[in-house]
Design a protein around this ligand. Structure first.
Ligand code: AMP
Length: 212
């Protein structure tokens, strides 16, 4: 199975698509999750990055790259990289890391989504610590019981960076940084663009085709 690098904007559906690939045997590496874990643990890194993440800005390339490099030492499955690279410099860092590890069997997938749709998804999103996420603005995605996870029964929470001001900042930051990253992977013949308007199931089918 080929490895995957997702470079989609926030709430484009990377998490949803990643969990489907996890069911097929993939390891999901989400830099956002790894950074949130550091904050929850109140580690040195966590203390350093808390305010940056709350504001929706980017954590330094060095901190994120260190977490990624350590993670790569532990995985023995095909991987999904979700949330990295987010700057051209990170793309170069990753390229060097993958070259050093002799990994070239990967594809880069961009999930295309418009700001208005993304905003609706972000402001309605509730997540559970088990990894599932819900959305109160979409009938099909609401939890069965208000604020309770259907799967594990725990209370759902709204991410602190899923408010309108922070979200707009995250989205703008993403678009600004993403253009050169897309050019970089296009020039390597690795880039695939999927329009999220086609719906989750069709997106999954397209991704499976790309990874065959
Ligand atoms: P995400 O869960 O992917 O939406 O990421 C949430 C937040 O984590 C972002 O808004 C950034 O503050 C931080 N973050 C995640 N990945 C990276 C990255 N590759 N580089 C810098 N900051 C990141």
């Amino acid at each position: 199975m080929k490895n995957v690098i997702f470079i989609a904007p926030p709430v484009a559906g990377k998490g949803t698509q990643s969990s489907k690939l996890v069911d097929l045997g993939y390891e999901h590496i989400s830099t956002g999750n790894m950074l949130r874990e550091e904050i929850n643990k109140e580690s040195d890194i966590g203390i350093q990055i808390k305010d940056i993440m709350t504001s929706g800005s980017l954590v330094s390339d060095e901190i994120v790259f260190e977490l990624i490099t350590n993670k790569f030492k532990t995985i023995d499955k095909p991987f999904i990289l979700d949330g990295f690279p987010r700057t051209l410099n990170q793309a170069y860092m990753l390229d060097k890391l993958l070259n050093d590890l002799k990994i070239n069997n990967y594809e880069v997938i961009y999930l295309d989504i418009e700001l208005e749709e993304a905003l609706k998804r972000a402001l309605g999103r509730l997540t559970c610590e088990c990894g599932l996420s819900y959305n109160i603005f979409f009938e099909k995605l609401k939890p069965k019981k208000e604020n309770i996870c259907d799967k594990c029964g725990k209370a759902l929470v709204q991410r602190t960076d899923d408010n309108e001001e922070t979200f707009r900042n995250r989205f703008d930051t993403f678009l600004k940084n993403n253009e050169p990253i897309m050019e970089f992977y296009k020039s390597k013949n690795k880039l695939h663009i999927i329009d999220t308007k086609i719906g989750n199931e069709n997106i999954t089918d397209k991704i499976k085709d790309i990874l065959k």
